[in-house]
Write a protein that binds this ligand. Structure first.
Ligand SMILES: [Zn+2]
Length: 348
């Protein structure tokens, strides 16, 4: 075969492609593609014959072959588009009225949802949101909160130190509670103030069903003239009823936290057994659940923030978010919050 014959064959391939493609239906367009443009298609076979030509001829004929190939590909795509995709019988029979595949939208993590619910309850009571930092100095996390150096109360909170000293030469740490936000709020603005802060805290704890080295707390603080324990009780009661309904009951028991005096442990009637305490594993058949730590702001804390305890008084409370989330979502093991198993979250 000489060059002229090859060109003749090439133009015949082009012509027969043109008639094949114009008559092609959606069902056989793939066959046309294979016949002309496939690995063993007419064009490929012809291009393979170029091996026996001179270099000059190969250059010219190769260029013609590639030009035709480009035309064929473009014509094929145009025809497919005309036929509505046309790649297969299924595509040709595309039903645009069918509903689409579901697209998972996702949702907020249960801990975040719980924080939102707790925050909303306090925003309704006139509290403003406050913020703090995860890495704290000794002063904000302990000292100003009435934890003197070497005080045994510090042992209640196993602390992660970050290996950096603050300006007074003390070790910086990952905050062990959200209470430093009380100090930051009181130092930032004079009373009266009413602030609420949710956030992440860190303690060197072994992980089990009810402990983790990272967890979440919420913190509330109200400082004004003549704030009393009665204000604290009313506020906590209103908050618990907002969250668990008007039948939820609240009781206070004496407790100790260095930054409050008097301090109280707040218990609510068990939301699982309704306080009936009949063989209830959640409240261990006591009918009550420990939910918050609270109390009147210690005079030393007010003094540390530059406020006169004779003039101002306040209450503070704190609680674990995971504890509320476990009750709200019926989750028994705290570790589930961090494993993020979608099979669990999809049930909520
Ligand atoms: Zn119970």
């Amino acid at each position: 075969m000489n060059a002229a014959e090859w060109k003749e064959k090439l133009s015949r391939v082009g012509e027969s492609f043109s008639s094949a493609i114009s008559g092609a239906a959606a069902g056989n367009i793939a066959e046309v593609e294979l016949q002309f443009l496939g690995r063993k298609g007419e064009l490929a076979l012809l291009l393979r014959d170029l091996g026996s030509f001179t270099i000059e001829e190969k250059k010219e004929l190769g260029r013609l072959g590639n030009e035709l190939k480009a035309r064929l590909v473009a014509a094929l795509e145009a025809r497919k588009a005309e036929l509505g995709g046309g790649k297969s019988k299924a595509a040709a029979g595309l039903d645009l009225t069918l509903s689409g595949l579901p697209f998972p939208k996702g949702s907020l993590h249960p801990i975040t949802q719980t924080i939102v619910r707790l925050s909303e309850a306090y925003l309704k009571l006139g509290f403003a949101m406050a913020d703090g930092c995860h890495i704290e100095d000794d002063r904000h996390n302990f000292e100003a909160l009435n934890f003197p150096p070497d005080h045994p109360a510090r042992d209640m909170q196993d602390t992660f130190y970050v290996g950096v000293k603050d300006s007074s030469g003390k070790d910086m740490l990952l905050r062990t509670h959200t209470s430093p936000v009380q100090i930051r709020s009181m130092m930032a603005a004079p009373p009266p103030l009413r602030v609420f802060h949710p956030g992440r805290v860190f303690r060197s704890e072994a992980v089990d069903a009810s402990h983790s080295f990272v967890f979440h707390q919420v913190e509330g603080l109200y400082v004004d003239r003549n704030v009393s324990m009665a204000d604290l009780k009313w506020t906590v009661d209103a908050f618990i009823k907002d969250l668990f309904g008007s039948s939820a009951k609240v009781r206070f028991a004496p407790s100790y936290f260095p930054f409050v005096e008097p301090g109280a442990q707040v218990e609510i009637s068990c939301v699982f057994c309704g306080g009936k305490a009949d063989k209830c594993p959640v409240c261990k058949s006591t009918g009550w659940l420990e939910m918050l730590g609270a109390g009147m702001v210690h005079p030393n804390v007010l003094k540390a923030c530059g406020h006169d305890p004779e003039k101002w008084s306040g209450f503070a409370f704190g609680a674990g978010v995971e504890r509320f989330a476990m009750l709200l979502f019926g989750i028994k093991d705290m570790r589930m919050f961090y494993e993020n198993d979608l099979r669990v979250w999809k049930q909520l």
